[in-house]
Design a protein around this ligand. Structure first.
Ligand SMILES: [Mg+2]
Length: 336
């Protein structure tokens, strides 16, 4: 059955809302503090944390996902744990061993490459250092290479061992198609090309992806991820459920979506909680590189310490009000 229900009123939506500000251990995605608005509804907690530069139309997808979590709860799960990858930002190779201590038991690492101001030699050194500790490695260029740079880099990065896949080596769908056709022997994963809800299948239809990175908030919820994954399976493209630097509440939705998928051949990108100095709840650490699936209840004393300033809270409440209005104009929420 397709759960359809009315949008909660704005007052109900924010009745127990808390805006938190989480300091990060290392700069990631250009930020050192992650802000999120947490919602509480009849089904539990949900998260609304679109990155601050996103416009309201885009952010409204994230609100839909937060409402699904807090008012409807997760879809039926078929697994109790989800394997996750360690995440290695664009740090110096010498800093890799200490960073990996935060991801004990990981069998897979995702490594940031193609960072502005760094060289291919930096990427090679970082990737090879990770290989000394973790057997499966994948890289994420966040669209930072041209087609030629990507082909050169992927050949160079596979001299020291295999790459599980390369995530978004170039920015555009057309470039991904060309890199994939160049025959580097490395699977191409689409992330930025797929994450928004508008036409996530375009890159796959164009022949630009072997693997799809899917995220709950920009796609509008857990059930949207499951539905998209079903469509992608028809093209033979497996998904990797990943976080958007979510707090433990948002991460629970990612884990629930991954737990609902019939096929999960790769470790998911849901292990980024270790990038925070402190998260809003104490969650069980990964065991043998896998996280437990289940609801997360923020710790009130931690929430109190991480609550954002009144100015930032007001900014987030204004944003959630505008996004609520957009969802209201779209009519009843239909979570297929
Ligand atoms: Mg990515």
């Amino acid at each position: 059955m397709s759960p359809i229900f009315e949008l909660p009123s704005f007052d109900d939506l924010i009745a127990d809302a808390v805006v938190v500000s989480l300091p990060m251990r290392v700069r990631f995605r250009g930020i050192t503090t992650r802000e999120a608005l947490l919602l509480r509804g009849p089904a539990g907690w949900g998260e609304f944390a679109p990155f601050v530069e996103y416009d309201d139309e885009e952010a409204a997808h994230w609100l839909r996902a937060g409402i699904e979590a807090a008012w409807l709860g997760p879809p039926p799960s078929i697994r109790a744990t989800v394997p996750v990858n360690a995440t290695v930002p664009a740090i110096d190779a010498s800093a890799v061993p200490e960073l990996l201590e935060r991801f004990p038991g990981s069998r897979t690492a995702k490594i940031k490459v193609a960072e502005k101001g760094q060289s291919l030699a930096d990427d090679i050194a970082r990737v090879n250092e990770v290989r000394r500790h973790i057997p499966n490695v994948r890289v994420d260029a966040n669209g930072g290479w041209s087609v030629d740079e990507a082909v050169v880099a992927l050949r160079a990065l596979t001299e020291g061992g295999e790459l599980e896949y390369a995530e978004q080596p170039c920015a555009s769908v057309e470039e991904l198609v060309r890199v994939r056709a160049a025959g580097t022997g490395v699977r191409i994963a689409a992330d930025e090309s797929i994450r928004r809800a508008e036409d996530p299948l375009r890159v796959v239809r164009a022949g630009g992806a072997d693997v799809a990175i899917v995220k709950v908030p920009p796609l509008g919820g857990m059930r949207a991820v499951v539905a998209l994954s079903t469509q992608l399976a028809e093209y033979g493209v497996p998904v990797v459920v990943s976080s958007a630097l979510d707090t433990a509440v948002g991460m629970a939705s990612g884990l629930a979506a991954a737990a609902a998928l019939p096929e999960l051949p790769f470790a998911c990108g849901l292990g980024t909680g270790g990038l925070f100095v402190r998260d809003i709840a104490v969650v069980d650490p990964a065991i043998s590189g896998a996280l437990s699936v289940g609801a997360v209840e923020p710790d009130p004393s931690i929430l109190a310490q991480l609550t954002a300033t009144p100015e930032r809270t007001a900014w987030w409440l204004g944003r959630v009000r505008r996004c609520h209005r957009i969802l209201d104009q779209r009519g009843a929420l239909n979570f297929v």
